[in-house]
Write a protein that binds this ligand. Structure first.
Ligand code: 5SP
Length: 221
């Protein structure tokens, strides 16, 4: 199993975004998490394609784009053209999630599907072998800096079992409230792609990144 860190730039200082991203690169991250919010699917609005284009120009990190938007089919093509490497869509936001997954795959980028904390794992059953990554939201989507929802740990464990039972090694990404002190817990439960925003983009960003990476590297097969 490979382990990845995906710092969420939602918590970065947008006036110094390039410097903040460079610090995560120096700290050894492999991914960068890019949260797109439309003010409809989630209450807040973040950033979209133009910022992604600028980020693409300054980094070779894997751009892990999480679309918190209604009917994401409308924007898949533009996010691919703007530099996304992985596009993750919400099960709850798609009119026909299998069609959306297929559309993303046809564009030649990796595809993820995600569910909110209250959505049951059962909705993922038909999708398990169709995606590269499943993102489990461990807070209600919409804002950085929230507390991890404790019930998420059992959900991660149950999802890893569902995948193992089918012989699948699909990545499980977790997002929301992940800090150094609960990182081992989500890894033990079966997560292997870690999103962290407020725990990374504060004080010494390079050191925070390195601290997370040290823990992940110990698990690397
Ligand atoms: O998608 C989201 C919030 O909707 C997340 O990516 C957060 O940005 C993670 O931030 P922290 O909980 O780690 O501060």
């Amino acid at each position: 199993m490979k382990y990845y860190l995906s710092p969420s730039i939602l918590s970065a200082d947008f006036a110094h975004l390039g410097d903040d991203i460079a610090a995560t690169e120096k700290g050894g991250t492999q991914y960068l998490h890019y949260d797109v919010m439309d003010g409809m699917f989630v209450p807040s609005i973040s950033f979209g394609m133009p910022v992604l284009k600028s980020v693409r120009k300054i980094t070779d990190l894997v751009l892990d784009v999480h679309l918190m938007i209604e009917d994401p089919d409308r924007y898949i093509d533009e996010f691919v053209k703007s530099g996304a490497d992985i596009i993750t869509v919400h099960y709850e936001a798609c009119k026909d999630v299998e069609k959306t997954i297929q559309m993303i795959r046809e564009k030649g980028v990796k595809v993820g599907v995600t569910i909110k904390p209250k959505t049951p794992l059962s909705v993922l059953e038909p999708l398990l072998d169709k995606v590269d990554m499943i993102l489990l939201m461990t807070v209600e989507p919409g804002f950085g800096g929230q507390a991890y929802i404790p019930e998420s740990t059992d959900k991660i464990r149950a999802l890893r079992k569902m995948l193992n039972d089918r012989g699948l090694t699909t990545d499980i990404e977790v997002d929301g409230g992940i800090k150094k002190d609960n990182l081992e817990m989500v890894l033990d439960a079966g997560a292997n792609v870690i999103v962290a925003g407020s725990a990374i983009f504060k004080d010494d960003i390079e050191k925070n990144t390195r601290d997370f990476m040290e823990i992940l590297k110990k698990r690397q097969a």
